[in-house]
Design a protein around this ligand. Sequence first.
Ligand code: UQ1
Length: 439
Amino acid sequence: MNIIHFGVFMTVNRSQEIIRRNVHHMCKFLVIGGGTGGCTMAAKLVNRFNSPPEHVLVLEPNEIHYYQPLFTLIGGGLKTFKSSRKRMIDVLPRKAQWIKDSVVVFEPDVNRVSTSSGVIIEYEIMIVAMGLQLYWSKIPGLVENLKNPNAQVCSIYGSDTVNDVFQKIQNTQKGPGVFTFPNTPVKCPGAPQKIAYLAEEYWRDKNLRKDIDVIYNTALPNIFGVKKYADALWDVCKNRDIKVNVQTVLSEIRGDSKEAIFINLNKPNELIIQKYGLLHVCPPMGPPEILKQHTQLTNSAGFLSIDPHTLQHTTYKNIYGIGDCTSTPNSKTMAAIASQSKILYDNIMNDLSGKPMTAVYNGYASCPLVTGRNKCILAEFDYNLKPLETFPINQKNEYWAMFMMKKYFFPFLYWNFMLKGKWNGPEIFRKIFSPLKSK
Ligand code: UQ1
């Protein structure tokens, strides 16, 4: 496809805000979103294409980029909030063009989008990496109680709420400590229970467990989707006296009386009134509102409709997706994005050179299930929810080494390799270790 350039290309002055009205851009690659998926793909692409008209443009309104897998450890008092943040301008690839704005209209039939300040961008290939939106206001009472420092309601999921979590855990003198998982897809589905384990350990060390029952209420039918790790996690909960209620969904918070209202999905007419001393909420999530409005791009749930193996859009062949906003039925984790980025890059290159798309995403995702401040079960699995482990040890066990990887190695890998387009997930290690694995 040839694109005739008739717009004005803005040169990126990296110290200056990049907003102009009614500017018309044309680019070879348009990346929607500067989060993990967008930034990683932009980096891979600029390593190959980096000057107009073959260049990469990233549309992202936020000035700060977060390494969200650290949010659990921040909530547990084990990492600083600062260590999860960098300026967007410092993580987006220097050779990409950043438009600091958000998309408001997709016009996939004419290969263009418009932004909230009226900028029009035409693309040859678009990669949609918009992530998930957090729908805090769907739970009555949540927004106001999160803001109230005395309400003892907290969440590791918000960049503006995560920093209060550890203080609230420390403030808890009596229970119960109640932790929730909503009835929507979420990012890092292990996180709502990881923070329960960290809080439980903290209260046990402070000799408070006799006054604080710990309860994990999840909308899901099991504690985890993969049987091998679910069995291990049920044991952890049993051994540490953590009560797990499945198919139990938070529907309302009554902050004045410190009561959370839950619905048992099997008996939807009976409300459960649960007193709490601390309530940790994983909010409902879903595809971004703007994406949902463009039904020609989405499946019926509002996620970008892509082929689960090639990551190409099901209708528009010059559109691809990566990360949490897509319809692929993998667990929404950073490791999944690392694997997807390699597949997506290879398939785009294949397509550009007229070859069939041979790279296939197998649904790999992994979740370092932190069960305490020095132990972690490293779950790794594929679309079939079959374990797909990297290391030649039984990863259902809690290991100190896995925790150290989560705390130190993965952040290092992320900032220095993944965001530079140089980390494709652990497949390479899996291959190296495979001769050492017992069958
Ligand atoms: C991973 O690749 C990754 O991306 C940087 C993570 O992000 C936080 C992870 O948590 C995990 C587990 C992986 C997978 C990597 C290995 C070495 C198993």
